[in-house]
Design a protein around this ligand. Structure first.
Ligand code: ADP
Ligand code: MG
Length: 291
């Protein structure tokens, strides 16, 4: 492990610098999914990336966690280059996994259907730290509010909210410094959305975990982030303190996104409900009773 060049306090935890990703479409067309995306995240900070569907949010998320190799730009954690694509040993890949974890929109797709919640966490812990696993499993279940009944359940026996709690617990198992949440509450019912958001706020407060909160919905990120990046067609159109963006947006697109979000004192559950149509990805139906 290399030593950071400057003391940890003097540099941000996560630095995305000039990230760019181009996709080649059938024929001669290319599509710039993300262009010159830069932001910093302090230790224990919380940043939102918002924009409509197709604006490049997931592409940025995948570059942050090393699933997509940028055409240009770097991702640094504690001053160490963590950009995907260079030759990496297993040790270095594990080190990055320990630093940045990701939670996806649909937990069901990322959970092994054969494993109970407890087995899922045990598996994840064994990759990194076999010692003391049993105590850690209980601690993680407790941390995300899963009881003994859910601990013994397999994903199909759990509600969407419970599945996402498990996905969060699994991400936390390696004690990451940063959690990237890509539309992590988009598929959940509104009351469950606010439960999961509150859970993440608590975890951040208690553990100093930093969050990258990605959503097409400004209403979802406005109460849980300090800073927000607004993306449109792969480009950052505005970024700054969330508070300032909400009260004095400079960009017309930010204002349009804001127009869809009710004012201060609003009830998030009512706001999402009033909007009516299901967000991209659709809502779950026919699932077990929500938690
Ligand atoms: P968002 O998460 O904001 O909806 P994405 O990052 O998923 O946006 O996509 C940004 C753009 O890049 C979209 O136009 C999408 O179709 C395109 N894109 C994403 N991934 C790929 C891929 N693997 N191949 C080709 N085009 C892609
Ligand atoms: Mg996306």
């Amino acid at each position: 492990m290399t030593t950071p060049q400057t003391p940890a306090a003097a540099q941000p935890l996560l630095v995305a610098d000039g990230l760019r990703k181009t996709y080649h479409l059938p024929g001669k067309d290319t599509l710039v999914a993300a262009n010159d995306v830069s932001f910093t995240l302090p230790t224990g900070g919380s940043i939102g990336i918002v924009g409509e569907s197709g604006s490049g949010k997931t592409t940025v998320a995948r570059m942050l966690v090393g699933l997509v190799r940028p055409d240009a730009g770097t991702v640094r954690v504690d001053g160490r280059d963590r950009t995907a694509g260079r030759r990496r040993g297993r040790g270095e890949r594990l080190a990055r996994a320990r630093e940045i974890q990701m939670v996806f929109q649909d937990p069901y797709l990322s959970l092994d259907p054969r494993l109970t919640a407890r087995q899922c966490l045990a598996t994840s812990l064994s990759l990194h730290d076999a010692a003391g696993a049993q105590g850690r499993i209980e601690e993680l279940l407790d941390r995300v509010g899963l009881g003994s009944r859910e601990a013994a359940a397999r994903p199909h026996e759990m509600s969407g909210g419970q599945q996402q709690r498990l996905a969060i617990a699994r991400a936390l198992a390696v004690n990451p410094r940063v959690l990237v949440l890509d539309e992590a509450v988009a598929a959940l019912d509104v009351s469950i959305q606010s439960q999961i958001l509150r859970l993440l706020v608590d975890i951040r407060q208690d553990t100093g975990l930093a969050l990258v909160f990605i959503s097409h919905d400004l209403a979802v990120v406005q109460h849980v982030t300090d800073e927000t990046v607004v993306m449109r067609r792969g480009t950052v159109v505005e970024q700054g303190p969330t508070e300032r963006l909400l009260t004095a947006p400079e960009n017309a697109y930010t204002r349009a996104l804001l127009a869809a979000v009710p004012r201060r004192g609003w009830d998030p559950a009512a706001a999402v409900r009033d909007r009516g149509a299901a967000p991209a990805g659709g809502r779950r139906s026919g699932k077990a009773q929500e938690d």
